[in-house]
Write a protein of this length. Structure first.
Length: 296
């Protein structure tokens, strides 16, 4: 049963009182079986590992978590935790849609206008034009799907999302595919646009552009960031730097701070969501309360 802290009117301590949403429910605390996506065990051996990697990447690109177990913990937290996770997803989606709009306007100029000079950089050659046209259509699809996802998530609550969108294995896969589509489509669109410009440079009769066209490989330099990104995502073994530091407890009273610091450092790492909520509410009370009446 969940509970929140409230200050008793006659005492300076805290009492735990049940809330309206703290009643026991019939919802299981364990992750549902269909969230395991264990159908990979029935696949042939040579496709099991690629399929697991694909599902992990799909989960990461869509929900922002490396596994469904991690996302289930978010869903079983309070509503605020789920909303914070959804807000981060919306921020990523908005950034992708913004980039898609810029790429769409750029490729639209290439596929609808003639080159400023004949032959020097002719992006209307067949191969380059097809690649730029594919990039244009892909970025347009990114905008359409991204806007639809944002519209649905803006009106979706946690219970509906978990019970409906993630109600079965097929729905989980479809939901992850739809949410991950803008990211994958935008990556594909940028790659096609870069290849189209590269083909245009290599087919130029101008020796300076044709031989120096290798400079367009600069467009692919951002891909080198993938290696750095991968390295930064690998956890450091036997090392934990995150956690609540004593300096984060903003209290002027040395007596109260000396009592709270050791306890909060341990409680902040608790696996019980109710305990973490109590710790946060306690810190809020300390920051807003008057410590003058306490002994120093």
């Amino acid at each position: 049963m969940n509970a929140i802290l409230s200050r008793h009117p006659d005492t300076a301590g805290f009492t735990s009182v049940p809330t309206a949403d703290s009643a026991d429910t019939d919802e299981p605390l364990d992750m549902p079986d269909h969230w395991n996506l264990n159908f990979t065990e029935n696949a042939p051996k040579f496709v099991r590992l690629p399929l697991r990697v694909f599902l992990k990447l799909l989960c990461l690109a869509s929900l922002g978590h490396a596994s469904m177990e991690s996302y289930w913990k978010v869903c079983r937290e309070d509503e605020r935790t789920w909303l914070e996770s959804t807000d981060r997803l919306m921020d990523r989606l908005n950034a992708i849609v913004l980039v898609a709009g810029l790429v769409l306007s750029s490729t639209a100029a290439f596929v609808t206008t003639a080159p400023p000079t004949d032959g020097d950089f002719n992006y209307n050659v067949y191969a380059a034009y097809i690649l730029l046209l594919i990039s244009f259509l892909s970025s347009l699809g990114t905008l359409m799907v991204g806007a639809g996802i944002a519209f649905v998530l803006a009106k979706c609550d946690r219970d509906w999302f978990v019970d409906t969108h993630l109600g079965s294995q097929s729905r989980i896969l479809c939901t992850m595919y739809i949410i991950a589509y803008p990211f994958c489509s935008m990556s594909f669109s940028g790659t096609m646009a870069a290849l189209g410009l590269l083909v245009s440079a290599f087919n130029s009769p101008n020796e300076l552009i044709a031989k120096g066209g290798h400079g367009i490989w600069l467009l692919f330099w951002p891909l080198s960031c993938l290696f750095g990104w991968y390295w930064t995502q690998v956890p450091v073994r036997n090392q934990k730097l995150s956690g609540l530091q004593p300096s984060r407890i903003h209290c002027e009273c040395p007596y109260l701070r000396s009592i709270m610091e050791p306890a909060l450092v341990d409680l902040i790492h608790s696996k019980d969501p109710a305990t973490r909520e109590i710790v946060k509410l306690t810190m809020d009370e300390v920051e807003m309360g008057d410590c003058a009446a306490l002994p120093s």
